[in-house]
Write a protein that binds this ligand. Structure first.
Ligand SMILES: [Cu+2]
Length: 283
């Protein structure tokens, strides 16, 4: 997988020097996608996702130890204090030490989970030093992306219909226009919606934010390595909720600059996002 990633990154760099359009096609490196029978979370590709991953691991250890402890106690009590082995049950109704212990220990465990949890909530909340901003506007059923730092570059991103998929493209995950961002840069994400509540969710980047009409919500990500990162709308938003995927393509700074030039031309000629266009797509 590592080698594949490196190969596709090298491939992307080579292609970019020839033509930006070609590079975007050539490097459909599926950096992080769900796999059949996948048991674990997707490999983290941003600082926020890495911290989410370690918090998840910490909590998993804690609940595993508690579950084993409680199950063991239960088994022991069933065995040792059954009516057969313990015909005269104890009449004890209070034990101050035990009561303090079973109150205090869970409190301490919860505090131990709360501290890293709150730190993470504030860490993912916003970045102090954003290198660029991407505004995400959700629609039924497509995403609209705006780059305010790039002269308001604006385009829509629709799912690729099943019968239109190119080789290597993923059903219900690939889109016509990917969000392109430079690797290693802090990207501020602002989410909002034009109709109902949606959710902008890219697991491998640790991004999940509601898109709510009349509100703008902030978060951020920084992609550590080149590739395409997939996500989906994560809030049931109507009939075609399952057909509004997200594809974020992280490229080198040079490729990003070249893409901007290309995209400004391409999308200037495009008409405004057309809600009726979705009707023509059969996901
Ligand atoms: Cu949605």
């Amino acid at each position: 997988m590592h080698l594949l990633r490196r190969l596709s990154a090298a491939n992307a760099r080579l292609a970019a020097s020839v033509a930006v359009g070609a590079s975007l096609l050539a490097s459909t490196a599926h950096a992080d996608v769900p796999h059949p029978w996948q048991m674990w979370v997707q490999t983290p590709a941003s600082p926020v996702a890495e911290r989410m991953d370690s918090l998840h691991t910490l909590v998993l250890w804690i609940i595993t130890i508690i579950t084993i402890f409680v199950a063991g106690l239960l088994a022991w009590v069933c065995y040792r204090y059954s009516a057969k082995r313990n015909p005269n049950p104890s009449q004890t109704s209070h034990n101050t030490l035990l009561e303090v212990a079973w109150t205090l220990i869970p409190v301490l465990i919860l505090v131990a989970i709360a501290i890293p949890s709150f730190r993470l909530v504030y860490f993912e909340d916003r970045t102090q030093a954003a290198d660029l901003t991407v505004k995400v506007t959700a629609h039924q059923w497509y995403w609209e992306y705006t780059y305010p730092d790039a002269g308001g570059l604006n385009f829509s991103s629709y799912v690729v219909a099943a019968d239109q998929l190119k080789p290597g493209q993923l059903r219900l995950l690939d889109v016509d226009n990917q969000v392109v961002v430079p690797v290693g840069k802090n990207v501020r994400v602002l989410t909002t919606s034009a109709d109902v509540i949606h959710s902008f969710y890219v697991p491998s980047l640790g991004v999940q934010r509601y898109a709510i009409p009349g509100r703008t919500i902030e978060t951020w990500f920084r992609v550590d390595r080149p590739g395409v990162y997939y996500g989906e709308c994560n809030q049931i938003c109507g009939n075609n909720h399952s057909a509004m995927p997200i594809a974020i393509h992280a490229v080198t700074e040079a490729e990003y600059a070249a893409w901007l030039v290309d995209a400004k031309k391409k999308f200037a000629a495009n008409p405004a996002p057309d809600a009726n266009r979705f009707a023509a797509i059969q996901p």
